[in-house]
Design a binder for this molecule. Structure first.
Ligand code: GDP
Ligand code: MN
Length: 380
């Protein structure tokens, strides 16, 4: 689960990481009230779960009440990369001497945590990595040993942070690591981490992704969940107990087994199509599950065709075929369906479907053929 900047900053605060005083505002008047409270100048910041808000006009400095009104009015309702701004964060503006970058994330191949630190912050780290890779100091952290202050001190020196910032930055990094591990984050990123002209180091931005697998340890995450705008398709799928992830394409996908479902996405892509979803109906694949799966996919207005890819193992294809027919009696589907049925009892399964096949219920012998047929429908 991704957090909004203001939530990330609240989370940082719990671990003793310094952020600027501020508050949220959902209206221009509220923004003014916050600004009056924290004192001018302030920064008015769009709260959307996407980066690059500054460049998109979603971060503005305001020196007085008129400027707060102007910027808050402009930013509320602004569309930033498809995310409409409904909430602002207004905080006391900081003077910036230097902008740094700091983050912790997982290094899955190495089974360690990965710290990234750079004296060149404020810009996207991907850009720094490409144009000036030497400017990022990488730190591989054994999750059992953790990060101690001595290591953090060496790290800030290696990253060539300004001398005056090093001790504060090292202490802050240990706290950020604490937040990242004890706080069960997949990502904890500060960009920019700033040095002020007064020689203070603190976080100007916060990007936090929480590890949902740890949510049982964090009843307090409920407040973050409350502000999540859930994909209506995913909500429906969750209610029906399906293993579904919504995507942007036009080919609806139903497969049995997560591996086969992922391969199906790949094959659809390979033949020039785009998947509307990931959906693994698991081993059961009976009429109830099939009907639920078809309903969820059918509710997606972008879907032009549904590709059902079943490889019978323990699941018998004749049972799946019966399930499909029964589901089609219950749910009326607006897109054509292409089926690839193979594996245990495939011959019996195809025989069950044979009398029902028509121009919008089609079987193909292989996964690749079925993908081609589905994509042809999707691009028609
Ligand atoms: P992002 O563009 O979504 O990453 O949003 P940020 O919160 O990182 O803000 C973008 C940029 O705005 C920062 O890199 C800073 O240069 C600038 N900025 C943000 N807050 C302040 C502030 O308090 N004072 C000043 N002077 N600049 C700020
Ligand atoms: Mn930023």
């Amino acid at each position: 689960m991704d957090l909004f900047e203001y939530q990330g900053k609240q989370y940082f605060s719990r671990f003793g990481i310094a952020v600027s005083p501020g508050d949220i505002a959902d209206t221009v008047d509220q923004a003014v009230a916050v600004a009056e409270r924290v004192g001018y100048p302030v920064v008015v910041k769009a709260q959307v779960k996407v980066g690059g808000r500054g460049k998109a006009g979603g971060v503005k400095l305001a020196n007085n009440v008129d400027e707060v009104r102007l910027h808050a009015g402009n930013i509320l309702g602004l569309d930033i990369k498809g995310h409409v701004v409904h909430r602002l964060w207004v905080e006391r503006s900081s003077d910036i001497e230097k902008e740094y970058y700091a983050s912790f994330t997982l290094d899955r191949p190495n089974k360690t945590h990965l710290g990234m630190l750079s004296a060149q912050g404020g810009v996207e780290i991907e850009v720094v990595a490409e144009e000036n890779p030497g400017a990022i100091a990488f730190l591989s952290i054994d999750p059992v040993r953790g990060l101690d202050l001595a290591t953090a001190r060496r790290w800030v020196a290696e990253a060539e942070l300004d001398e005056i910032a090093r001790e504060q930055a090292a202490e802050l990094l240990v706290k950020l690591y604490d937040c990242y591990t004890k706080g069960d984050c997949d990502l904890a990123e500060i960009n920019p981490l700033i040095l002020t002209p007064e020689g203070k180091v603190h976080a100007l931005d916060a990007k936090v992704t929480l590890d949902e697998n740890a949510s049982f340890r964090h009843p307090e995450w409920e407040e973050f969940r409350a502000t999540e705008t859930e994909d209506p398709r995913e909500k429906m799928a969750k209610e029906k107990g399906l293993n579904y992830i919504g995507l942007d394409g036009s080919v609806g996908i139903i497969a049995n087994g997560a591996g086969l479902a992922m391969s199906t996405l790949d094959v659809v892509n390979q033949v020039g199509g785009t998947a509307a979803n990931f959906l693994d109906i698991g081993g059961g694949a009976n009429a109830d599950v099939m009907a639920s799966a078809l309903e969820v996919i059918n509710s997606d207005p972008k879907v032009k065709v549904i590709f059902v890819n079943i490889f019978g193992g323990i699941t018998r294809v004749d049972e799946v075929a019966k399930g499909v027919l029964e589901a089609l009696e219950r749910v009326s589907i607006s897109s054509p369906i292409v089926l690839r049925l193979d594996g245990t009892n495939a011959v019996e399964g195809r025989a069950i479907l044979a009398p029902h096949l028509n121009e919008s219920l089609i079987t193909e012998p292989t996964m690749l053929d079925a993908a081609r047929r589905a994509v042809a429908f999707a691009s028609a």
